[in-house]
Ligand binder design. Structure first.
Ligand SMILES: [Zn+2]
Length: 310
């Protein structure tokens, strides 16, 4: 009986073993299962002494892996605030130093989360838009789509991320669902921090300014590209102090908070986007571990064509 039990646990151990073995390639330790709640993120690593590069794909999105210590390659993966609960697959390719490549697929389980919900009624026609409003809204959508279209492949950020303003949320705001006159509206895709007008808004990490402008909904806005498909957004600013194309360092002042755009009062709307998934920016503070190696310096050309390190 005992022998059977021991054998059974040995077999279970083998089945459970996440390592792949391939002749001449050494072994690779793949992630086993990735579990992410809606609007959250997870760190994922692939380990193997012979690995030169790891490439990832989730749906139609590219997942960027970076060297992160001895024989280790890491990425962050997010689930959109509105992602369907269920299981999908992270496709992984490890290119080996000794030649060839090894592929693996890792299940990604997306779990539903309960968000705050508010239902209310407004008089009919209350939020009807004029043709001028609609034109402005189109301009806004196009500007944001352009900002997200071509992410910088290099990782520009360094752990940890920091809060853009010291103030907390006024109420749990990320993912909030609003039902107006019985019709569900798009979920709130950011975090509202109760910064009084005129509070300095700091860059949550190093990045490149890919959008700076004034818009119908978002008001005075800055979008930072942190590389690898990660962006952070800062809305309703009363003043913007950075220009498009500029590189900023963690903590640099992007502008001042305000009440511009479609808002009822001054606050900072802070948003984050990872491989086109709208995630809770607080996840960047909570889930990105301190043991990420510093990002490799990225060499950029300045306006004079000289190479400068950012
Ligand atoms: Zn907001």
């Amino acid at each position: 009986m005992r022998a059977v039990l021991v054998l059974a646990s040995f077999v279970a151990l083998l089945l459970d073993c996440p390592e792949s073995f391939a002749a001449g390639h050494g072994k690779i330790l793949w992630p086993k299962l990735i579990e992410i709640f809606q609007g959250e993120l997870a760190e994922v690593s692939v380990i193997g002494a012979d690995i030169a590069v790891v490439k990832g794909g989730l749906g139609k999105e590219k997942i960027f892996f970076y060297p992160n210590g001895t024989a280790k390659f890491s990425a962050i993966v997010g689930a959109d605030v509105d992602a369907k609960a269920g299981t999908s697959k992270l496709r992984l390719i490890a290119k080996m130093r000794s030649g060839g490549e090894i592929r693996s697929e890792v299940p990604v389980r997306i779990r539903a989360k309960s968000f705050r919900q508010e239902s209310f009624n407004v008089p009919p026609g209350f939020d009807q838009m004029t043709p001028e409003n609609l034109e402005e809204i189109h301009r806004e959508q196009a500007a944001f789509a352009r900002a997200f279209a071509v992410p910088t492949p290099d990782r520009l950020w360094d752990a940890p991320f920091i809060r853009p303003v010291p103030q907390d949320e006024s109420a749990s705001s990320f993912g909030r669902r609003r039902i107006i006159n019985g019709t569900p509206r798009a979920p709130h895709s950011g975090l509202d921090l109760s910064a009084p007008a005129g509070t300095e808004v700091a860059a949550a990490n190093h990045g490149k300014v890919v959008l700076n402008g004034n818009f119908f909904f978002a008001g005075g806005s800055v979008v930072l590209d942190h590389g690898g498909g990660l962006f952070t957004m800062y809305f309703h600013l009363s003043e913007i102090r950075v220009g498009e194309g500029e590189f900023v360092r963690k903590g640099d002042a992007l502008g001042l908070s305000g009440a511009t755009g479609r808002v009822t009062g001054a606050h900072l709307h802070w948003g984050a986007r990872l491989a086109n998934a709208r995630i809770d920016p607080l996840e960047l503070l909570k889930k990105i571990s301190a043991n990420w190696l510093p990002a490799e310096p990225v060499v950029q050309s300045d306006t004079m064509g000289n190479e400068v390190e950012k």
